[in-house]
Design a protein around this ligand. Structure first.
Ligand SMILES: [Zn+2]
Length: 145
């Protein structure tokens, strides 16, 4: 049977967190959305957006770990197991996680099914105990006839 979904896209859709204008990927690359700077708030006395752009462009000439992007306002982040990868980073750091999940999908499915059965069993136990608790309320003891 052929896959009807793009596994990489689905993984990113599910594991992607909110984006930011500047993000450091777990591989060490720092990504800066140059276009997104137009929406930043700058105080007087700080560098202007033009000065910051020029500074980053100068740094990027000699720093391979500084990635300047001129297309997007910000970057999304793929988060898994304490790693934060910038979606679209050339390191594709999330590939090993995708492969792990896809190659173990049957075991993962079995685990989720077993877990959901246990959740249902525990929930049924708790629901039953709640009902029994609600229906049995001893009357206060009194000596009065
Ligand atoms: Zn990266």
């Amino acid at each position: 049977m052929k896959w009807e979904i793009d596994m990489d896209s689905e993984f990113q859709r599910i594991f992607t967190e909110a984006g930011q204008t500047t993000l450091e990927c777990s591989c060490g690359r720092e990504h800066i959305a140059m276009h997104g700077m137009d929406n930043w708030d700058f105080d007087e006395g700080e560098s202007t957006p033009e000065e910051m752009r020029a500074d980053w462009e100068e740094q990027a000439k000699t720093n391979d770990m500084l990635v300047l992007d001129y297309e997007y306002d910000g970057f999304e982040m793929v988060e898994l197991g304490g790693n934060y990868w910038v979606a679209g980073c050339e390191c594709r750091g999330w590939d090993s996680a995708v492969n792990l999940l896809v190659n173990n999908r049957r075991k993962i499915a079995e685990f989720l099914i077993a877990t959901s059965k246990e959740i249902k069993r525990v929930q049924a136990y708790e629901d039953t105990m709640d009902i029994l608790k609600d229906e049995y309320k001893p009357k206060p003891y009194t000596n009065c006839p």
